[in-house]
Structures are given as structure tokens and as C-alpha cells.
Design a protein. Structure first.
Length: 233
């Protein structure tokens, strides 16, 4: 099942000018950052390692300009962003789901230039509603830090979880996910009930209770995120 999709148009390798444009985008970001945010962050992470390091500072600056809706001087990363995609090559990147499992389907066709893929992801984030841009752009900036293969570890780093399993539930209905993690049922509980349950489970998650260091760290991170979701909802 396709959960999010990004269509990128880029110049052909022999073209005298470097251009990039957006095509069809299905980037659900409600509740933010949503599946769309995960895909954009993952696309950035998958290709940024191949971008000239001298351009990385300008790329990070661009994420802030786009997030705040500022005018964007062209070109950026030596590519001009445009709306017309006639004569450009198409690349399509998808986030797909199978039950609780998330996977990336990245278009790695030979001749795929990394710069346009990263730029397209940043510009696509700028098309999202203003209230979603901040959370989505935070995932995009996580992608900027990635230096590894475009595999499941990338998805784990972007989504902020030690494992991608269960990420579908978290982003589709974060409040229900958080209630399940804390073992709370019924309507949204009172703040003091969330805090009390969090402290109880935090004590149980501590390595002194028999869990390994890695498992304990992942459980504590999961509990902390669940508490955050419920206290701001």
C-alpha cells in the first residue's frame, strides 16, 4: 500500500542547464509529520551523502527559508527550481506499508542526480500547510545528517524510533499509539494520570530490573515520546 509519494523531474545529464521540478505529490502530513514527512526526510537522507559537501550549508539554510515561506533566490545547489517539467526526466519515490511495516521504494535509476532529489524533497515540504511545515522540516533536517545506505536503518533514524515496526500506528493515530504504549484506556487521561503512569513504567524499564541497556534505552525513548504526545494533545 502506497502511503506517500514524491514525483521529481530533473534535467537530463547532457542538458546545458540544471533544472528541477515537482510532479505528483501525495504527502499526507496530518497529524504532522505524517507519512509524507517520513518520506521527505528519507529521500533527503538517501541522496544527501552524494551532494557536494560544500553545498550542505546552503542546503540547511534553504530548509529554514522554505519552512518560513521566504523568497527563494535561484538557483540553489546549482539547480533552478521551476514549475514546467517538459523535457525533464521523471523519478518517483514512495513510502509503502505492509501491515505495521514501513519500507522505502526509491527510484535509483542510473543517471539519477542526487541534488534534484534533495531539492525536490525540501521544496515539497514548502507546499504543505504552514502548521505541518515545522514538524516535517525537522525530519528533513534529520535526513541531512544521514550518512549511510538507504535502508531500514534510514527509516528508523528519520522516524525517531529504534525500530520501524509499529511506526504506521504511531503516525496514523499518535494518540491511540501513545495510550497503548502507556497502557491507558478510555478517553484522553488527565495530565497527572499520564505522569503517574509514565513514572511507573519508567521504573520498570530501568536496566536494574533485568532489561538490557539497549532495550531499556529504546523503551525509555518510547515512553517519553508517548508522554509527550498525550501532554500536548
Amino acid at each position: 500500500m502506497v502511503l506517500a509519494e514524491l514525483e521529481v523531474f530533473q534535467s537530463r545529464p547532457i542538458a546545458p542547464t540544471r533544472r528541477v521540478a515537482l510532479g505528483r505529490c501525495h504527502l499526507p502530513a496530518e497529524p504532522a509529520p505524517g507519512f509524507g514527512g517520513i518520506l521527505l526526510g528519507a529521500v533527503v537522507g538517501a541522496f544527501v551523502g552524494q551532494v557536494d559537501p560544500d553545498l550542505h550549508l546552503d542546503l540547511e539554510r534553504l530548509t529554514h527559508q522554505v519552512e518560513h515561506g521566504l523568497p527563494i533566490p535561484q538557483p540553489r545547489l546549482r539547480h533552478r527550481f521551476q514549475t514546467d517539467h517538459i523535457g525533464l526526466n521523471r523519478r518517483t519515490h514512495r513510502l509503502v506499508g505492509d501491515g505495521e511495516r514501513l519500507d522505502l521504494e526509491l527510484d535509483l535509476t542510473p543517471g539519477t542526480s542526487p541534488g534534484p532529489q534533495v531539492l525536490a524533497a525540501v521544496y515539497a515540504a514548502g507546499r504543505l500547510p504552514i502548521e505541518a511545515r515545522g514538524p516535517v522540516m525537522r525530519l528533513v533536517r534529520r535526513g541531512l545528517l544521514w550518512r549511510g545506505a538507504p535502508d531500514r536503518h534510514l527509516l528508523e533514524a528519520i522516524s525517531g524510533r529504534g525500530a520501524v515496526t509499529g511506526a504506521s500506528a504511531r503516525y496514523a493515530d499518535p494518540e491511540a499509539w501513545a495510550l497503548g504504549i502507556l497502557g491507558l484506556t478510555g478517553a484522553t487521561p488527565e495530565r497527572q494520570d499520564v505522569q503517574r503512569r509514565f513514572r511507573e513504567l519508567l521504573r520498570l524499564a530501568h536496566p536494574d530490573h533485568g532489561g538490557g541497556q539497549t532495550a531499556a534505552a529504546e523503551r525509555i525513548a518510547e515512553l517519553t515520546e508517548a508522554r509527550r504526545i498525550l501532554l500536548v494533545s
